[in-house]
Write a protein of this length. Sequence first.
Lengths: 110, 382
Amino acid sequence: ARDAFLQRHSESRNLMRIVYGVYNQGEVKEKQEEDNAEDSEEELGGLFRLASKKQTNLQQDKDIRDKDERCFFEYQSDATRDWLSDANKELIKNCFVTGKWKASEDAENL
Amino acid sequence: MPPIAQEGNCLIYRGSNFLKQRLVLSCLSGKPVKITQIRADDEQAPGLREYEISLIRLLDKLTNGTKIELNPAGTSVMFSPGLLHGGALQHDCCVQRGIGYFLDALIALGPFCKYPLQCTLRGVTNSRDSPSVDHIKGAALSLLKRFILVDEGLELRVVRRGVAPLGGGEVFFSCPVRKSLRAIQFQEQGMVKRIRGTVYACKVSPAMANRTVEAAKGCMLKFLPDVYIYTDQNRGKLSGNSPGFGICLLAETTDGVCFAADCISNTREESDTPSIPEDLGRDVAMRLLDEIYRGGCCDSAYQWLAALYMALGQKHVSKFLTGPLSTYTVHFLQHLRDFFSITFKLENPETDDDGEDDMRGAQKVLLTCVGIGYTNISKRVL
């Protein structure tokens, strides 16, 4: 879940949308058409869905409205990874000078 | 959260979250801001908290001609900013939040004041809810240095330490002024070359500090040989009013990027079991490694600061590589658009064709924007 969260937050296609909402006029239109299409399929269901969507937006709005302000990076789950395990160590090994360097900056290859 | 309405120049928001972001951006943009329904649903204690009032007071001291209107219940505040003045000032910060909360605002505003800021803040220097003073000194100031180029007059000094709940600490912060910030292109984070740290113990046995060092060092030495942790033992007046100990680790890279992580012991109110130094040391090491995994060219707690300086820079293209965006930064970017109508381009940098084994931590995000060419009109031209 944690990786999925990170992935979602850093995938470029969604990134602009996560931050700025639906920003593209074309996309807005597309979305409306989509909605319309689905609505005509099942009218009652469509109505119901729209309302619930609005509700979740409101809920989200409420959730963050009065939260305490803090600038730390927050995960959904609070536990940090155990970096000492070998699988995790592999992930960050190259962040250190003791790891593998990029070809362009490696003295051995120059 | 978008503003719920806009009256002429004034932006109207709802809720207490991101109060600091909104006030800071209001001061910089000169747009008044009105915040309504602050904790209106909270029956025990509606309205502004003491620390938020303390922040508003601090901004009032920093500026000239600021008008603040609170409604009697404290659930609504109208803030119309004056000119950023700066100069020497003293402030007793509310002990509910750490000094970091207040210092963040000063760092964001400091370069745009009329006179260089020389500020003494008193309160809780190290706390769980805000970055500690050591964290700011390492991570935020190194970031600021990149934008102002010459760091003469930039200083953050811990005069006295003080931990929650009673505080009693003191820091001194001075910041030079600039006419404008330069646009920077910063896309190489480099590799971590050394780990530095500070452990402090106030009104507890010095052994606590030493045991914390042992544990933290033990973890970090598995990754890098260059680890040095400084122990800051204080006695009497210099150690504040409450007992506690904690640690702050900094990781420096070959390109001068600083990552930081904090950890602090429990206070008696927070939990019944006292903190164990070994756990604390291990915990902070894990957090630092988390931070290194996220990577980017600034600490994740200061992505917002980088975005702010980029937006206010000269009218050139700025590029900045960060780790995955934090929720706080996402909201900050939204607020930047509200106040300055500036939209960042966010994308993933293309990875090298070296393949899988060259991965350095998490997927990065490249922020690109053209600065709005903000100039500090109050600064004297010599």
